[in-house]
Design a protein. Sequence first.
Lengths: 907, 445
Amino acid sequence: MKSLLLTLASISIANASPLFHWTFSKDKFEGQNLKPSGEAVEAPEFDTDGHLVFTAKQHLLFPEEKAKKLPLETFAIETRVRIDQPQKWGSIVSYSQDNGSHERGWLLGYNGSRFSFRLSTGGPLLEAVAPEPFEPGHWNHLFATYNGKQMRLFLNGTLVSSRAVSGPVVLPEVPTPFVVGAYKDKDEFYPITGRIDFVKIHDTLPSQKELAAIAKKSEGVAFSVRPAVRFLAPGKALLFWEASHPGKAIIAYGPTRKLGTIVESAAQKLRHEIVLENLQPHTRYSYRISSETPEGPKFSPIYEFDTGMNYMPQTLAAQGHPLAEAYLKDLPIQPGFTVVVGLTDGSLTRALAANSQLNVTAFDDDLDLINSLRKTFTAEGLHGSRITLIHLPDLKKIPLTSCVGSLVCSERKELPSPSSELVRLTRPHGRTALPDGTFTTRDPIPGSGEWTHQYGPPSNTAYSGERLGGSQATGDLELQWIGRPGANFGIDRQPRMSAPLAANGRLFHQGLNRLMALDAYNGQILWGMEIPDLRRVNIPHDCANWCADDNHLYVAVKDLLWVLDGSTGKRITTLKLTAAHRDSHEWGYIAHEGDTVIGSSVRLGAEFKKYFGDAWYDKVGRDSDTANVLSDNIFGHSKSSWKGNWSYSRGLIINPTISLSDGKLCFLECRNPDLKKGTSGREATRELWKDIFAVCLDASTGKIIWEKPFPNTLLRTETKGFIQVSYGAMTSEGFLATLSEGDTNELGKPTGKGIFSYHYFDLADGKLRFQSQTSWRINHHGSHISHPVVYEDKVYTDPTGISLPDGKLLDHKFGPREGCSAVVGTSYGLLLRGIDRCLTFWSHDQKTPTHWPRLRPSCWLSFLPAQGLFLVPEGGGGCSCGGWMETSLAFIPRNNSGITNSKEPKQ
Amino acid sequence: MFRTSLALLVLCGIASASPWPTYRHDNRRSGVSSESLPLPLTQAWTHDGGPPQQAWTGPAKWDAYAANEGLQSMRNFDPCHFTTAAHDLLYFGSSADNAVHCLDANTGEEKWLHFTNSSVRFPPTIVGEKAWFGSDDGFVYCSDALTGKPLWKKRGAPTDRLVPSNGKLISPWPVRTGVTVENNRAFFAASLLPWKTSYLWCLDATTAEQLYLTEHTGVTLQGAILAGGDRLYIPQGRAAPVALTQADGKATGTIKQAGGTFCLLTEDNQLIAGPPNQREHDEQLRLADTKSGKRLATFNNTTRVVVAKGKAYLHSLDKLQCLDLTRKGQLETNLATQQTELKKLDPKVETNLPKIEELKRKITTTQNDLKACLLWQIDHPSPFELVLAGDQLIVGLDNQVSILNAATGKQLWQHKVTGKAYGLTPAEGRLIVSTDLGHIHTFAP
């Protein structure tokens, strides 16, 4: 088998000559001396590629006076490195002292298995750490930059970490080695194991274009559409991607990172599809794609997929059965639930399972018949997996919760229960098939809403109009289903990642580089896909990476928008960014309304990916984790043609403020030209809040309807205070910009106090109707970054809110709100993480909370009132404290649940 | 006729053979049988029960915030089709096809099966000629253990209501505790949702009459019920087990040092359970005093232990080992006391110094004595299950089962199996092994 080691050609920026440039290859050495001016401490040994071997005590020293002459406020350190052994205190190049509380200088290296850039401005060494571990034995390009305000770490051309710092680097006052290949100071020495191709130190910072070029070259295999794995059946999955050039591809995969199995894709076209078979269950597989290029083989990073997420049903040979075919005609055949009330011989039941992917549950009152068929189906390996037979003494009333079946029918010519009972068991949009040949489709549950975007509708109100059957307390809701996905699906507590979505009876949920579609009414998993490049976190400072409509799921993956068939997960098409941004940007905002799909372009690496360690994104004050992600442009595509219609590009659009309603697209935009020129696409600076405009576009044409200079903020001034977070939302009358403004003392440090300020613009003409404010309750656990719940007549942010359209302070509070999650609304209450940090229902009428013990949502938004249900896909897994239930489930209003016995126990 | 001949067989053939009548042998869930297996064993037959459909998925990949990787499942109570064995018959409950199966232990031929309306997660408890089992459908069943004839069933849930769960229908009050029969009383719980009332039932095991029914709030009772002394202990998975009095079913509190669904009571009714939580970076079992709730000992880097005659057999850091548990418990208690006393003494007070020095010496001695509690250890991969049969330690591994000499750790026998060997049943001269892929292997002389 060919070596799978990445063998990238050297890549470096082509800007002005660096201050220092050392290459650690055989031809640059004379004995132990490296040209220019370096010295290897040990006799150098070189590998077959001519690279100096760093192992044991080997490292190189350079004259200290050179380190002292380096710029202190604007510099960049560039290297290409292969680390073979992760270790604590790994250093590639450093000029640093770390002696207890006395820390000085700078260092580019790694800590454990994560690359790290550290520097001191007089205090402790501050660190920017890569969120993901590197792969030992593989080459990586690193760029560490400092501009006197921000330290940034770029891995293979992509920003992976940044941190706000101020002032010049303070160098060690004591003699200190200027060293490559080891951490070495007054009393510590940690040599590395691996290879260093080169080290350069620049007095200029790399441009976005240069970084993008590095990113492109670092990719190895060049994809035009990134790879993904979609599960097909037990033990079977489809790996698919599109290459940038036609040609053969090799896939190596296996249950460990040693891979093992090799398959070849001979596709001469760009699109590759490989069916992987005989996969072991409950196994995390690794895979790597390689392709032949004129420069030799190129390799992708090692990606993963987990067959523990494969819940696809066993497929059966189709059976000729006219009645089954009639019942299934025009029904989606993906997994779901079929209910059969009354059996004859089980043949219809079996044929329904065979001719679809539906799970069939049949009820009958004849125990002998049931047991006989159970034995038959068990012998075929079907009972309990594709078919379940349930004995009931009386079929008149089926003790099953309502709204379950995609198809509900009977094998008998005469129904054993009233037809209304079959209708009751049918899910909205599902089919009731009666023996007389009548088919009916069940209407949506009255008063049900759709949660198609991050905060419900694209207007970001966190309220979809869902009435939840008038429910006002937990006891008004009954369990509808419980089960997968579980805690192994997600990222630890889903750290402020995109919310689940619910549309057309489907529930979509994102996990750790994966997504899944479920039937909202019965929890059946419809399809699942593992997408290595899917992840986006820190949504309060950005926007979600997906949205849904009745037929499609729109998912932003790197620079493309994947349009997936909502019922099967098959990719229908991909949409591209506007031409000027395709090589340097990624897809940012995503929303749809009518025939329009809205997108935006954010700079490569600006989106947040980090989730390991302190990645809670709710610190008080401005730092790299609370920076806003910004779009360079916004544009519209047509759903009917999948073609671009318009684009708008002026300033920097603040992503969490973008909202869409009734053909109008509103947002806040920074028109500070200096910032636009110099930004990385993620900003925490005060400059972001200079020259701000509220803008309203026509969503179908991109033309400006109105634009207004943003008025003065209410707490922050030019010298004091800061904007913690900013949100946009729309009512039928106005655009509401809600800013969380924090206070600072005379030294510029946050006091811990702050306000939510509300700025309400008339949707017709942009006139400012009011400014208003409420105070922060607390400044942690997401309280001070609360997303508002916006009704037509009022707005809630923790712990109170204002009335609309006058902006007056409400006379009541809600809560208690505890823990990190967001708050959402129904017509009769608010849903939040509250009592004992459990999921809580706060009643508008009663102004009191009730809660579900041990039910923990995610650390942003993982619960949705939609589809007539309260949907709670698992989001809290990973929280190792507390006896949380760690399960997905859904509730249905008790008055829609089929419970007729008022004595049946409530909570 | 069948019953007569079987009874004769029992009397004549293997009257001295030891059955395995309930999950992990007895109500302490000890995993200890008194009789050794005759060696060598050969594979007599295998049965494919279909892949288990577990109630819960695996744990989260990590607590990324706390940089705590490798979290352990705390609800892994149904990883295979666990078996019980008596009357030369083998029994298992199936989470796959919803039935309790009874197989001829000699041939693997199916003797009878009893379907329920949902998954069965624990093997039936065999008491005399009765087989007791619970189901996710919210009912408890009792059948004739020899013929499978249904004797009666009892709804543990307050209603017939069913809801979808992982492609099946379950009661919101499934019976996921199995049935524990102690002193002719049958105990089981119907429970799932902490925001709903849970129910503990106690029936007369002869007449099936209700002796009491108690209601419990804020709990999720799942995992095999343990009985010891005058108490019951019911695991809760991700929360601490609940202790109740057998006499009236009233809860007396939780054993806060415990957690998970791997629970056993030692011979003196101390509770070993784990994992206690997911905060520990290493896999851990703890020994807790069931009266005081205090932790008596901690076993790090381990998930399974078996205890008999004061000795504990467990695996930790690539070593399988045997410890003098009685002495270890005493010494750890002493050590804790000594360390507490030492902390109380201010070293700046001169008069304390002799006492401090004495305590330090004692602590060193105790620590050395603790090391001597290790009776043997061998290099060994981490097991999925450990049980004892007489003087044999039986170890379930990935695609393998082994038998070791319990006194020395020397391997006596091994055989391949298909999948991870989570279930081990040494009974009536045979070894029955259940794996995570749903296979049941039976080995006999």
